[in-house]
Design a protein around this ligand. Structure first.
Ligand code: HEM
Length: 480
């Protein structure tokens, strides 16, 4: 009897050249579309983006196979023409440095109060404006600057002035302008950035003017920036990410056996630091916006968070990272925000580095695999009324924190490609929300309807612009 041939996932209909585009066009919310297509095609199916074979995963068992069990096999990322140009032909982030980020983040645990005092300086003391976007953006940038480089000779965590100006005058502008043009560029081929990125496989027609223009915006690591940092490299141990990168660069330069391609160039350094800002600022800022939006819709949740803060922290001091354990309801609220509106609802695309399989299905080498986190976080078999915002899901009967009430919860991905900023992001979210809600009550401005909870799919799942009224709490005013 003949062996059965390979079994491929069911596929959406496709046409030559345009692939399955006709089935995707007009729908801008790809996570929702991919979620709904399960009814017809099952939880694992494929589609064709131009010449690119794409597999969509909607169930946690398959997702865990891709990310954890076969993490190395599916660890590839797509190479696109724009990323090639932007990274100067492969000066990708330096993973020695990037993967070391959690270490520096752990060290920062002891510096929580310093992050907090920096956020205080930014906030203009007691009054928050209604421009949530700008406020949160500046709030989120600060810990990244601290995490990437702090001047360790200073008594508190202050940045080297040259480095700070390089970040604020050049790098942040570069990172903020990077997303919209990239989106525009991609939208010439497909309506949304994720799909655009998938579409931009090698050998396809593509406009390259924008990435080149973006490249010209990249702030060079001038002599004013690097030498002071190199001089400061005194002790043996690396204190922050910049230290680790510079130390590695130095030891590679001194190793005569390493040919130039193995040297760590200034471009590697720049791209690594740019990546920390690019990947970290918009994500954390977006989660904060979603958190505020849900607190406007669910005032009883806001009240409970404030009651917990009042009881456990009071009004005499700021919340600190060491308070996380005694504020389970706030932690549960953050977890629920990350579930209900995952910032990266399709993760980042993964690529099969060899021929492989997911469940009973054969997956060819080079296939792009999209893990639809939205489907995992809204699976009705795993979550009771998934569209309801209920932090209580993340608490047990005694009110203690449950870290993962369902295996279908992966807001930061998992395995070899897990988000390297997870610890830092959780610290930031905790401190910002604790600090804000200790002092302020958030409401929709009077006479205005509650803002929509519908997201906008793009580089991240954005909340639509909204305004918020911020009131200093009576209890806080009386307490200080
Ligand atoms: C709440 C905020 C954040 C969320 C929800 C988030 C989520 C994610 C997700 C889902 C991925 C993709 C995992 C995959 O494709 O399998 C990712 C990747 C990544 N994140 Fe985050 N992230 C956040 C904040 C940060 C921060 C603060 C940083 C840096 C300081 C960061 C750096 C990165 C990097 C470098 C990657 C790529 C990892 C790789 O390709 O190996 N993220 N993040």
């Amino acid at each position: 009897k003949a062996e059965p041939g390979p079994k491929y996932p069911r596929s959406l209909p496709s046409l030559p050249i345009i692939g399955s585009l006709l089935h995707l066009i007009g729908n801008r919310q790809f996570h929702l579309l991919f979620h709904s297509l399960q009814k017809k095609y099952g939880s694992l199916y494929s589609l064709q983006m131009g010449s690119q074979y794409v597999v969509v995963v909607n169930h946690y068992l398959h997702a865990k196979e891709v990310l954890l069990k076969k993490g190395k096999t599916f660890a590839g990322r797509p190479h696109t023409v724009s990323t090639q140009i932007l990274t100067k032909a492969g000066c990708d982030p330096v993973f020695i440095g990037i993967k070391a980020l959690p270490v520096f983040t752990r060290r920062q645990r002891h510096r929580g109060t310093n992050i907090l005092s920096l956020t205080e300086n930014l906030s203009g003391q007691r009054c928050l404006g209604t421009d949530v976007k700008t406020y949160f953006q500046s709030l989120c940038i600060t810990p990244h600057i601290v995490s990437v480089h702090t001047c360790h000779n200073a008594s508190n965590d202050q940045c080297d002035p040259g480095f700070l100006s390089w970040v604020t005058r050049g790098l942040l502008q570069y990172v903020t302008v990077m997303s919209p043009p990239q989106q525009r560029l991609c939208s010439q081929l497909a309506p949304q950035s994720h799909v655009g990125i998938f579409w931009m496989g090698r050998g396809q027609p593509r406009p390259i003017r924008s990435p080149q223009r973006m490249l010209s915006l990249r702030p060079p690591l001038t002599p004013a920036v690097l030498p002071p940092l190199q001089e400061a490299l005194g002790s043996d141990s690396a204190n922050d990410l910049m230290d680790a990168l510079l130390r590695t660069q130095l030891s590679m330069e001194n190793n005569s056996q390493l040919a130039p391609p193995l040297q760590l160039t200034d471009d590697h350094l720049l791209m690594t630091v740019a990546d920390i800002f690019g990947a970290g600022v918009e994500t954390t800022n977006t989660v904060l916006k979603w958190a505020v939006l849900y607190l406007l819709h669910y005032p009883e949740v806001q009240r409970k968070v404030q009651e917990e803060l009042d009881q456990k922290i009071g009004f005499e001091r700021h919340p600190q990272l060491s308070d996380r354990q005694q504020l389970p309801y706030l932690e549960a609220t953050i977890s629920e925000v990350l579930r209900i509106r995952p910032v990266s609802p399709l993760l980042l695309p993964h690529v099969a580095l060899t021929d492989a399989s997911i469940g009973e299905y054969t997956i060819p080498k080079g296939a792009r695999v999209i893990v639809n986190l939205w489907s995992l976080h809204h699976d009705e078999k795993e979550w009771d009324t998934p569209e309801e915002f209920n932090p209580g899901r993340f608490l047990d009967d005694q009110g203690k924190r449950l870290f993962s009430p369902s295996p279908s919860y992966l807001p930061f991905g998992a395995g070899i490609r897990v988000c390297v900023g997870e610890a830092l992001a959780k610290m930031e979210l905790f401190l910002f929300l604790a600090w804000i809600l200790q002092r302020f009550t958030l409401k929709a401005p009077p006479g205005q309807p509650l803002p929509t909870l519908e997201g906008k799919f793009g580089v991240v799942l954005q909340a639509q612009p909204f305004k918020v009224q911020v009131r200093l709490r009576e209890a806080w005013r009386d307490g200080v």
